[in-house]
Design a binder for this molecule. Structure first.
Ligand code: 9UX
Length: 72
């Protein structure tokens, strides 16, 4: 199954920031697709909820050094 969630990310100031977060998300097992938009400070993530939770997605983002807040 695939779940989609959106996460607000605070602290990104350049495209290198957003690429770092996007790459970190794409590397995780269970993530099918991840897009991080700098302009809207938002990540859209398609993932398998059987493999990982959105709490883990938040953690992955926080580990890249940015603040992550679940939107939906
Ligand atoms: Mo450059 Mo974005 O240091 O933090 S990667 S501004």
């Amino acid at each position: 199954s695939t779940q989609v969630c959106r996460i607000h990310i605070k602290g990104m100031t350049c495209t290198s920031c957003s690429t770092t977060v996007e790459s970190a998300l794409q590397e995780i097992n269970g993530v099918k697709k991840a897009q991080v938009a700098l302009a809207t400070e938002e990540a859209q993530i398609y993932y398998d909820p059987k493999v990982l939770s959105y709490d883990q997605l938040l953690e992955v983002i926080e580990n890249t050094g940015f603040e992550a807040i679940l939107i939906s």
